[in-house]
Design a binder for this molecule. Structure first.
Ligand code: SF4
Length: 374
């Protein structure tokens, strides 16, 4: 769009001042973020978010060939939004033995050429730090070229309680054992009022932020996430984004922001009927665009979240600020437990989807370095 046409178009928007400030590279604060969250002018936000993405990445969209290893579904945290966990002793509970973890990674490396394993699971009180250290060391011994993107702050907190150790010590030992990056899920919305409603037994917001900061301090880069669409208010959405932005200003440790919409099927929240903002395509594109605008110059990468939103919406998100399609996520079980996942996505399907959306597609590694263009 020509510059004069763009100015004319944005001039008609109720959020014109914010969008102009974003285009000129200004850092935005809570009030601006809240106005974006409250606005329905998603098209104008998308236009600006897309310009910001283009400035940084031109026409290249990345993805990663990876698997998810959900090593245990045993969990004592009973989050109301989760359809995946089983209590200890439940007949459907499982923990994947270390030999099987290594076999899955090695087979996936051989068959699909994966360059990352994303390791996440429940809060299993029967697993000590040794289990994770042995698993990471065994993966690295067999497949040194596969990056380990592991665990969330709440899993690290659980391990520290099992070990009676500090979270910093746990993180240091995990890093020494081969964990390359800290996967960092489990943020949901970093507001304790929300946590009290949807995950009262999970670590508090300040603990999530503290553990993240510790990871960054010892040199573990990580992923910032957001799960929206449960019971949070617009203010709480804006507050979540600002808390991530503030920590990033302090540490610079987040590589990517991944906002995804809550998938309600088979969860306690759905049964209670307490969902405030049912998610849809409009909501997804808005959150993607807001993320690019708010994290411009702070967090480089933004994922389009095909897993919960479907491939079609993830394609559209590439025009609203996302620069990364995420991973093939072979073997994922957490979202699949809700029945939301309708397809297995191979690298071939991702490449075709990105090309169809009009972009150049590149495969990346665990640290967002481009391995090859397709
Ligand atoms: S989201 Fe994670 S911590 Fe919460 S119940 Fe599910 S497995 Fe457990």
């Amino acid at each position: 769009m020509r510059a004069s046409l763009l100015q004319e178009f944005l001039g008609r928007s109720e959020i014109s001042d914010i969008l102009q400030a974003a285009l000129s590279g200004q850092r935005l604060g809570f009030d601006e973020c809240l106005r974006l969250v409250k606005s329905d002018d998603v098209y104008s936000m998308g236009l600006v978010a897309n310009i910001l993405r283009q400035k940084k990445f031109a026409d290249t969209i990345t993805f990663i060939n990876n698997i998810i290893l959900n090593y245990t579904n045993v969990c004592v945290t009973y989050c109301k939004f989760c359809a995946f966990y089983r209590p200890p002793g439940h007949e459907e509970s499982y923990t994947v033995p270390i030999e099987e973890i290594v076999r899955r990674v090695a087979t996936s490396r051989e068959m699909f050429g994966i360059t990352q394993v994303l390791i996440q699971g429940g809060h299993n009180p029967n697993l000590n730090l040794q289990y994770y250290e042995d698993a990471f060391r065994a993966i690295k011994a067999k497949c040194p070229e596969v990056g380990i993107n592991g665990l969330s702050p709440s899993e690290v907190d659980m391990i520290s309680r099992v070990e009676r150790s500090s979270t910093r010590e746990v993180l240091s030992r995990l890093k020494a054992a081969g964990m390359d990056t800290f996967a960092g899920g489990g943020a949901e919305i970093l507001e304790d009022r929300v946590k009290d409603e949807i995950s009262p037994l999970k670590i508090r917001s300040h603990e999530w932020l503290r553990i993240m900061e510790e990871a960054h301090e010892i040199g573990l880069k990580s992923v910032a996430t957001m799960m929206y669409g449960t019971v949070e208010t617009e203010k709480e959405r804006a507050s979540h984004i600002m808390k991530i932005a503030e920590l990033q200003e302090k540490t610079g440790g987040f590589m990517v922001f991944v906002p995804w919409s809550f998938e309600p099927n088979k969860t306690e929240i759905q049964a209670e009927g307490s969902i405030k903002y049912p998610s849809g395509g409009h909501s997804l594109l808005k959150m993607i665009a807001i993320s690019r605008i708010m994290f411009n110059g702070l967090i480089d990468h933004l994922q389009s979240s095909w897993l919960t939103n479907g491939i079609g919406m993830a394609q559209l998100a590439l025009n609203y600020g996302a620069d990364d399609f995420g991973g093939t996520l072979i073997g994922e079980e957490v979202v699949s437990a809700t029945g939301a996942r309708s397809t297995e996505l191979t690298s071939g399907k991702i490449i075709a989807a990105v090309k169809q959306a009009g972009f150049r597609v590149a495969e990346r590694d665990n640290s967002y370095r481009i391995i090859k263009y397709h």
